[in-house]
Design a protein around this ligand. Structure first.
Ligand code: TRP
Ligand code: SF4
Length: 411
């Protein structure tokens, strides 16, 4: 984590990962290599929440929303098939946790219009999707909805691609503004002092010494030591811990911690034509494509156009199949393919065979799992229902604090 950010971020002990995906129907190898493999790894290391961003789909597909529900279930099946394990990660649907909408609304009160108009995807997407009218309130607010998605779980890490980093940055700014405006709850200082005493005499004394050293001399090490001390305290509540983090640096209570983007390495997975794999280019291999379809798709892939006849030598760097070798083949196979291509020692179909074998081997366990879930739609429903509930419990906790901070709680 970059140094300058450490003060306002969640303590590592609370590291929670959250990410969402728009329901776009069945997923392909680009999603698998770009996102899902990464999620599968993260779920072993962190508390993970993954959700279907159905409201986000509505911001661009409001005119034909009927495709959304089907896409939702197809996508969840692909997640499970790819190895997302519902015993480890919480899977849910955004709209089934309506608290996201409430937080979105409350955050909209403090979000300057300019912050949203400045988000790069706002103008980009309007340009790109010219055939749709995206001059809507929902579309402008969509990055703020994403901020609410993240902040409602106090997520510390948000795995996203390059194009989404600006949205996490906006989330950080909104959180900072929220804490600045509402973090100084009435009686903040007294509550912080009370919390210090709850740590016991020795720790309280230590904490006060560190805080003084940081505030009077800017002693960064003392700050780190104080944070470490807070993280190990068993006797104080989460609320108190957050108060004390804010008391340390003088910023007030940290109600909404700032998340960090966890930049997913751009997927090297090319499409069948060598461009980025994407449904809109029609160059995908879907995770649930039948093996025969996959085999045919690779067999008919374009190759180096200089290899018109079997005896014409080729150049791998001009061939989309070579990019598949880069993803799937060992050095040995790659050397064999490159040499055989340049000398016309092998034909393109020979060259494609190890790629076909590797892709099919990768898909086999995925398709087996997919079949299990396809056969038990009620199991998929119950996995998501359970996830919805678990997510809702967490979201409601945050909303209680947010409402209280904004004086919208009536008791
Ligand atoms: N906007 C993301 C996309 O289009 C999906 C998304 C919505 C998301 N909310 C999120 C991703 C929160 C990460 C965290 O891909
Ligand atoms: Fe492409 Fe392989 Fe044919 Fe060379 S031999 S053009 S790398 S498919």
């Amino acid at each position: 984590m970059p140094k300058e950010n450490t003060l306002n971020t969640v303590p590592t002990q609370h590291a929670r990962v959250l990410s969402g995906m728009r329901p776009t129907g069945r997923l392909h190898l680009g999603h698998y290599h770009g996102v899902l493999k990464n999620w599968v790894e993260l779920q072993h290391e962190y508390e993970c929440l993954f959700f279907v961003a159905d409201w986000h789909a509505l911001t661009t597909h409001y005119e034909d929303p009927r495709v959304i529900p089907e896409s939702v279930w197809e996508m969840v099946i692909d997640w499970l098939a790819a190895g997302i394990n519902h015993g480890e990660a919480t899977l849910f649907i955004q709209s089934q946790v309506p608290e996201h909408a409430e937080l979105h609304l409350l955050l909209s009160m403090i979000t300057p219009l300019g912050w949203l108009e400045r988000v790069p995807s706002y103008k980009d997407q309007q340009e790109k999707l010219k055939e749709r009218d995206l001059a809507t309130y929902g579309f402008l607010g969509y990055p703020l909805l994403q901020a609410a998605d993240i902040l409602i779980y106090k997520a510390g890490m948000v795995p996203v691609g390059e194009d989404q980093v600006a949205h996490v940055e906006l989330t950080r700014e909104v959180a900072r503004r929220f804490n600045h405006i509402y973090g100084r709850e009435p009686g903040f200082e007294e509550m912080a002092e009370q919390a210090i005493r709850k740590m016991g005499k020795k720790n309280a004394k230590l904490f006060r010494r560190y805080r003084k050293a940081y505030q009077e001399q800017g002693d960064q090490e003392a700050m780190e030591a104080a944070r470490a001390l807070l993280e190990t305290q068993q006797n104080i509540t989460v609320g108190d811990r957050e108060r004390l983090f804010g008391y340390l640096d003088g910023s007030g209570r940290l109600i909404l911690p700032e998340p960090q983007p966890l930049l997913t390495r751009a997927s090297k997975m090319p499409g069948l034509d060598g461009q980025k794999m994407s449904k809109s280019y029609g160059n995908t291999i879907a995770l649930r494509d039948h093996p025969e379809v996959v085999e045919r798709a690779i067999r008919t892939m374009p190759t180096d156009t200089n290899r018109v006849r079997r005896n014409d030598p080729g150049e791998p760097s001009r061939c989309p199949v070579w990019q598949f070798h880069e993803v799937y083949s060992s050095d040995e196979v790659k050397q064999w393919a490159a040499a055989g291509c340049r000398s016309a020692g092998i034909g393109c179909l020979d060259c494609k065979q190890p790629v076909i074998d590797a892709v099919l081997a990768e898909l086999r366990p995925i398709q087996e799992r997919a079949r299990e879930f396809e056969e038990q739609p009620e199991l998929v429903r119950s996995i998501v229902a359970e996830g919805n509930e678990a997510a809702r419990d967490l979201a409601q906790e945050t909303m209680d604090e947010v409402r209280r901070a904004m004086s919208i709680d009536y008791r």
